[in-house]
Ligand binder design. Structure first.
Ligand code: HAM
Length: 416
């Protein structure tokens, strides 16, 4: 084979595309109920945007970004996630002037140069949502509840919804010190990346995927023990509201996010059916990012779900059978002309109609109708045209009904 997709990328083909569309349309319905509006953002941005927000010492920025110079010599990056681009747009278009909370969602491809493995791609699709302008943990509860509702509407089961608070700029210095104290004597057992990050950003050590580092950091102090009063009150409010709304969740004090911009609430949804890449969705609060991007101080919270991780989980249970509502099998040239006219008329009536084009035997035409998933078949030969009479056959229950070659008759049978 001469050309193939690049490593870590994949084509999404029918019939899988029907499941993707189901996922997207379910998400759109739920977003609408919660007042989220769609935005479409460029997939390429100034590199700075991602460095400033995701963090210089994060794996994404250090190792995974598709960064290159454009023809004008500017450093640009294929977006590795949507939140930084979203906040750039939020500030650029002064969206903070609209009544809060302002709520948005997006879908589209993200790019990370990660080591490809099952459920981990270099181009992957996210559906993301962001809500801006409200600090109250009731908004955190609302968005977590929306995500939970969305995942069950899609048909996902066996999920684990983990929630925590990772504090803010005020409580972080004390936590940083406590963590460094814990890590100090065992630093030799960590990988070189972690050793380098010890002084730069020790919190990133908690996110390292190297098995030895995971083992060595066991027993490290959890952030929730170091929350300042404001973060503590916020977290207590979130926990109370989640219980009141009966949103299924567990508090996981050891949850860490791989992006630096998070403050206070952080959450992740994992599936027991996905192996090591088990996060289907994740998100959290980012109360400093708008400010850092040059906008007025504005809190924000959001999440993104990974579509490639959700599709395999619902594929088996979904029965989306795509196929034409009617398939015309002409025998001979005159019948083919008549079929061409009829299929066009049926499409004008809003139906999915197909005809066979290659004048093969009736048997092979019927085989083709079966293969494309046709729900009904009509054979049109010279006799049918002379008598203005044909038989419409239901391919599921094999029932046969006589009809005239008038499009109104076809529609009556198909829509009955
Ligand atoms: P994230 O945790 O980096 O967060 O990614 C969110 C989800 O994207 C993951 O839970 C996973 O399902 C999917 N994902 C990530 N990397 C890959 C990959 N290489 N292959 C397949 N799926 C992947 C964010 O991106 C944040 N922007 C979420 C957010 C929105 N936080 C606040 N607002």
């Amino acid at each position: 084979m001469k050309y193939k997709t690049l490593k870590g990328l994949q084509d999404i083909l029918p019939p899988d595309i029907a499941i993707w569309q189901h996922l997207e349309s379910t998400a759109r319905k739920i977003f609408r109920n919660y007042g989220y509006q769609e935005i479409r953002l460029p997939i390429i941005e100034s590199t700075d945007i991602f460095i400033r927000s995701i963090g210089e010492t994060s794996d994404i920025v250090e190792k995974e970004m598709y960064t290159f110079k454009d023809k004008g010599g500017r450093s640009v990056t294929l977006r590795p996630e949507g939140t930084a681009s979203f906040v750039r747009a939020y500030v650029q278009h002064h969206l903070y002037n609209n009544p809060a909370p302002q709520k948005f969602y997006y879908t589209g491809p993200m790019f990370r140069y990660e080591r490809p493995q099952a459920f981990r791609y270099r181009q992957f699709y996210q559906i993301g949502a962001e809500a801006m302008g409200i600090e109250d943990p009731k908004l955190d509860t609302e968005i977590i509840s929306m995500l939970s509702r969305l995942l069950s509407a899609i048909g996902l089961e066996g999920l684990n919804f983990q929630v925590t608070s990772i504090g803010c700029k005020k409580c972080r210095p004390a936590y940083r010190e406590a963590l460094k104290k814990f890590l100090k004597d065992r630093l030799d057992s960590f990988c070189s990346d972690c050793q380098r990050r010890y002084d730069l950003n020790p919190l990133r050590i908690l996110d390292c995927k190297v098995p030895g580092c995971i083992e060595s950091r066991k027993g490290s102090p959890p952030v929730i023990d170091y929350l300042c009063d404001e973060c503590d009150i916020h977290f207590e409010g979130l926990k109370k509201n989640l219980v009141e709304l009966k949103v299924p969740h567990t508090i996981n004090p050891n949850l860490v996010r791989g992006l630096d911009y998070y403050t206070k609430t952080a959450f992740e949804v994992t599936s027991e059916n996905l192996g090591s890449q088990n996060a289907v969705a994740a998100g959290g609060r980012y109360d400093s990012m708008v400010d850092e991007f040059g906008g007025p101080p504005t809190p924000g919270i959001g999440f993104a779900m990974g579509m490639e991780r959700i599709i395999p989980l619902i594929k088996e249970s979904l029965n989306i059978s795509e196929g034409p509502e009617i398939f015309l099998c002409p025998l001979g040239e005159t019948a083919a002309d008549k079929s061409l006219l009829l299929t066009e008329q049926l499409r004008s009536e809003g139906l999915w109609a197909e005809m066979n084009f290659d004048g093969t035997s009736l048997r092979s035409q019927m085989r083709k109708a079966n293969k494309v998933g046709a729900k009904r078949v009509v054979v049109i030969g010279d006799d049918e045209i002379t008598n203005n009479q044909a038989v419409i056959k239901n391919m599921q229950d094999r029932e046969e009904i006589n009809i005239s070659l008038d499009v109104k008759d076809f529609i009556k049978v198909i829509r009955q």
